[in-house]
Every structure is written in C-alpha cells, then in structure tokens.
Design a protein around this ligand. Sequence first.
Ligand code: AMP
Length: 249
Amino acid sequence: MKILVTVKRVVDFNVKIRVKADGTGVELANVKMSMNPFDEISVEEALRLKEAGKASEVVVVSIGPAKAEETLRTALAMGADRAILVETEDQVEPLAVAKIVKGVAEAEQPGLIIVGKQAIDDDSNQTGQMLSALLGWPQGTFASKVEIGDGKVNVTREVDGGLQTVELKLPAVVTTDLRLNEPRYASLPNIMKAKKKPLDKKSPADFGVDTRPRLKVLKTEEPSGRKAGIKVKSVAELVEKLKTEAGVL
Ligand code: AMP
C-alpha cells in the first residue's frame, strides 16, 4: 500500500510572528520557515507504518512556492521515498489544496492519505475534511493512534470526552493530532541522501485547479499585550480584588 502525506511550508513555530504594517497578513520576509508540525507527525506515522510492513511506499506532496522543495527534502531526509511539488506563488486556500491533492491521489492511487489536523499559519483545520469529501473516502480526524488491518484502518480520535476509536474502510483520509507520535530528526547522512531522491514538479493547472483566493483578508491584528501582574499580601486581599477589580467572582 502506498501512503500519500501532505506537507506544508509554514513559519517556524518558534518564530515570534509580526503583523505587516498594513494589516494584510504576517511578515514572511526573512523569517525562518519549516514543515508544519502536524505534517512532521504525519510523515513520522507513514514511516512507522512502512517500517512495520504495512506500507510499501511513502510519497510526500506540497503545494507552494519553489522554496517548498526544502520542506519536501526534509520529509525525504526523514525517510519518505518520493516527493511531488505543485508549484505556485499564490497563497492557496484549503479547498484548492484539497482539489489538487485529490488530483495527485487519482494519479498515485494511495491506500491512505495522511494530512495534518491543521496548518499553524492559517489554522483552518479544513483540508483533510474537504479532501475526504471530494474523494468520497472515509475520514478519521485528530488521530492519536492509527492501526492498519486487512483493508481497513482503525483510528483512535481525541474527542472532548476522551478517546473514540473508529474503523474506516481503505482507502481513507486520516488527519493527525499532536499525541500520535514524536517525529524523528533527519540525520546528516540522510539529509545528503535526500538530495538525490526523486522530486516531481507539477503546477495547479496540471490538475485543472484554479488557486485564486475566494476569501479576502480584511484585517490582521496582534493580540493585545498582557497587563503587568500585582502582588497581594493575603488571600483575603486576593479575593477582594478578584471581586471588586477583576470582577471574576
Ligand atoms: P489547514 O486545513 O489549512 O489547517 O491544513 C491542514 C493540513 O492540510 C496541513 O497540516 C497540511 O497537511 C495540509 N495542507 C494545507 N495546505 C497545504 C499545502 N499548501 N501544501 C501541502 N499540504 C497542505
């Protein structure tokens, strides 16, 4: 079985985000970019399934600018076999991403597609769900455990009340949550080897997908800063202030 994994290039999660002066978005010039953390978890899970003999090939796909090749090379250095870059300079919204990945899936015929639960830049949490709907495949979202069986996959999901396990018929779409696994680091020899692994380049037009945005960003704002704290001398004073000043009691 082939596993297709989506990986997005996003601002590194350690970077302190700055909003552009005109409020149209966040500053991306000279900012460290990395693989979306949920996608690292997806790549790790696909590799573990391959190592356990449940998958034969791991193919990674990214939709983004030429520099997204670096992100794909990182996935190849972790151990993925092959990469596909669907190159575009547009900011591609989840629906267009899902349509493109559907096209890739039709060409590649994977048994399982692993998608991150959300991209930490747009926080949409939409792509996996839209992809499953477009393909007409079952979906298991927010996976904290993935077990492949005979023609099926059991996905344990993190839900409000605890954990829920669902059985999906393959092919299926699974979206990954934080506690699924801890992604490996790519070793230096593997980073060198990854430079020679196959990477195909495509364009959204190859899949007949129009990537022009459907949404218009009206405003981007930084969260208001935290107010300085104060020290109180006694519990009684704390309760008094919570009642009279903070108004939370
Ligand atoms: P979102 O729906 O934007 O929060 O993204 C959820 C997941 O969809 C991400 O974790 C990625 O796995 C995938 N995804 C979104 N955008 C892209 C993209 N441009 N290229 C590859 N994968 C993407």
